[in-house]
Ligand binder design. Structure first.
Ligand SMILES: [Zn+2]
Length: 665
């Protein structure tokens, strides 16, 4: 099919249908209308563009379960009375349900299909209308097998630095390890991993992914639309009925008895943790995502460790700190899945239960619960199930947690949620608990606020959270040294904020503090007081007077030893490293550490009068955005030799599966 360029599926009617439509319209004068298939899942270029050739959009492991789904549009006033799926011409066994979804459209679904036939398979849906007219449409997918190659990985550790690309890593190395005469004094822990690859990150519907598809692809090998996790897009508004793809945790629990662990510094309902076990078209449906952790992940994925923030989803509605939502449709919604899905996947239907005490239910299911770092450190020896919720929302960032430990004034929400553990401490505890499972485990550790603070263009906080993340990588490498059958993958879900290390400060911190208050010397704050081409006070005081580039940037020096806790004594070192943002929102910049986190960058640091207009985001709270840049991946341990080169982010899943099932040399 030449002349057709591939575009976003939702923008383009299937080529075959278009031709059929044209044919039909031509023949209208002498024939009747016909039903049409407007969507066929799994997504494929065959269905959307008529292109049967690789790359196959959807790929699955041998035996990995996924749903078959089609949207069929009937003629006006007609009814779709039946439908069936075939693969390579053979009828698919199982229950196919046909549900009217309004607008003469019907949702046709067959749940939890799987195949052992390695290679490209052709999927066809056939639907019949009550007047006898039928319609068929085809797509394809690939079934991926494994080969026996050598010793297998028993444990898999994914470390995801949310939004972390090369520049974030480099900035963390400059600050935490130091550079002398051009050489890193010491590598980051992630630098010591022997294998490197480059990953493409687009989602199913955009070159710019968000964290849901950006992480889910590592957990199930497939793309999804932005904001969606563990599912393919469909045409219903129901958040919970989408065609599902089985997660690695579920698959390996079912086939090898492995345990699953999820650790994050974000709210545990957030996209990256949610993408390792939930199935929903709404990454924000927190009540349901957290209920699903117990109802499905504990029961089916052998979830044994869940650590992070997000306690609000676990507290009964009406009690202090609760965020549970009494709705199936609103933001933060609870979940109920269709009966046919529950039957097809062997999972509970769920319930709209705002009054549920989810912490109590986890404890009933055998979990030890910890609400702070001290409690987590003190869990009983031999614990095999651990739930730790250290904040009602996202945890505070490492810069602020460390300040608390150093006895400095509390900032952020540290005072309300004291004694939150650091990511490396949560990682240690997760490894200790998961390692008690004889069949091994899959662990996902997320450094979430690298992304959140890069969005906020808060340099000091995203850099320090990258350091916290790297210290967690170090803990995993130490674990791998003691447990050689462990595969470690360190990567990101996407790049955030277009981070660029532009140089260093030309002045001491004290001088910078002075300059940051000088901007308003003419008494008029803001960029508007500078005529075209005439520098504003801020541009004079804080840019041309401060930013050293090229050789005058030299080597910024940070003290990481005096603190004794492994973190920089201060991020406001003299002649500090300076960061620019290529995907920025509006902000005022004074290069100094912000006292408080999460302040709107457009109303922060105004005294310096150095306004930098953003390239993205409009009115309201300003935020830098994700970019489409490829991201780095580092791998070490058992099976890491399988990785390398440049590949699509979904390929990581299949290589991990090869390492676990077939082994590697
Ligand atoms: Zn983000």
């Amino acid at each position: 099919m030449t002349g057709l360029t591939k575009k976003n599926p939702d923008e383009m009617k299937p080529a075959i249908l278009q031709l059929t439509m044209i044919g039909m319209l031509a023949g209208l004068s002498n024939s009747v209308a016909a039903p049409a298939v407007t969507r066929l899942n799994p997504p494929s270029a065959l269905f959307t563009f008529g292109d049967a050739t690789p790359p196959y959009i959807s790929r699955f492991m041998v035996g990995q379960r996924f749903d078959l789904q089609a949207t069929v549009k009937a003629d006006a006033g007609k009814v779709i009375t039946g439908a069936a799926f075939t693969v390579d011409g053979s009828p698919v066994t199982g229950t196919t349900t046909v549900t009217s979804i309004g607008g003469d459209r019907y949702n046709v679904v067959l749940r939890a299909y799987s195949s052992v036939a390695v290679g490209a398979r052709t999927l066809t849906v056939l639907a019949q209308q009550d007047d006898g007219l039928t319609v068929a449409a085809s797509g394809n997918f690939e079934i991926v097998g494994t080969t026996v190659q050598g010793r297998k990985a028993k444990n898999v550790i994914y470390l995801i630095g949310d939004g972390m690309s090369l520049a974030h890593r480099t900035a963390a190395r400059i600050v935490s390890k130091g550079i002398a005469q051009g050489k890193a004094i010491e590598p980051l822990a992630m630098d010591t991993l022997p294998v490197t690859a480059i990953l493409n990150t687009p989602s199913l519907n955009s070159i710019i992914t968000d964290s849901a598809p950006g992480a889910a692809c590592y957990s199930n090998g497939n793309k999804s639309n932005n904001g969606q996790e563990g599912v393919f897009p469909d045409d219903t508004t129901d958040k919970w009925d989408n065609p599902r793809v089985e997660h690695m945790g579920n698959y390996l629990a079912r086939t090898q008895g492995k345990a699953l662990g999820i650790v994050t510094t974000a709210d545990v309902e957030d996209a990256t943790p949610g993408s390792f076990s939930a199935h929903t078209q709404d990454r924000g449906a927190g009540t349901g995502i957290c209920d699903m952790y117990l109802d499905e992940a504990v029961a089916k994925h052998n979830l044994r460790v869940l650590l992070g923030g997000g306690r609000k989803w676990f507290i009964p509605k009406g009690q202090p700190g609760s965020g549970r939502i009494d709705s199936l449709t609103a933001s933060g919604a609870d979940y109920v899945v269709p009966a046919e899905l529950a039957t097809g996947w062997g999972v509970p239907t769920g319930a709209q239960d705002p009054g549920r005490d989810l912490i109590a239910d986890f404890v009933t299911a055998g979990f030890v619960y910890a609400a702070d770092g001290t409690a987590m450190a003190a869990i009983p020896a031999g614990t095999t199930k651990l739930l730790g919720l250290f904040h009602t929302g996202n945890m505070d960032v490492s810069l602020d947690k460390i300040a608390e430990r150093r006895g400095q004034p509390a900032v952020g929400t540290v005072a309300t949620f004291p004694d939150q553990p650091l990511l490396e401490e949560m990682t240690d505890k997760a490894l200790e608990v998961l390692n008690r499972n004889a069949q091994g485990f899959v662990l996902m550790v997320e450094g979430a606020s690298i992304d959140k603070q890069a969005h906020n263009m808060d340099t000091e906080r995203f850099v320090q959270d990258t350091i916290e993340f790297d210290r967690s990588v170090a803990r995993c490498i130490a674990f791998q040294n003691a447990n050689p059958d462990t595969l470690i993958i360190v990567t990101a879900d996407h790049e955030c904020a277009g981070v660029a290390i532009i140089g260093s400060s030309n002045v001491t911190n004290a001088q910078l503090v002075t300059r940051a208050a000088l901007g308003g010397t003419d008494g008029v704050a803001g960029a508007i007081n500078g005529a075209a081409g005439v520098a504003t006070d801020g541009q004079t005081q804080l840019r041309s007077g401060v930013v050293n580039t090229y050789d005058s940037a030299a080597f910024p020096v940070y003290d990481n030893t005096t603190s004794g806790d492994g973190y920089p004594v201060t991020m406001d070192a003299d002649r500090k490293m300076l960061i620019g943002y290529g995907a920025n929102g509006d902000r005022y910049e004074d290069w100094l550490q912000n006292v408080q986190p999460n302040v709107n960058p457009a109303v922060r640091d105004t005294a310096g009068d150095f306004f930098i207009a953003g390239q993205a985001t409009g009115a309201g709270v300003q935020s830098a955005v994700h970019t489409a840049a490829d991201i780095p991946m580092s791998a070490g341990g058992r099976g890491s030799s399988l990785f390398g080169g440049t590949m699509d982010n979904t390929s990581v899943f299949f290589k991990v599966m090869q390492a676990v099932i077939g082994g590697a040399k």
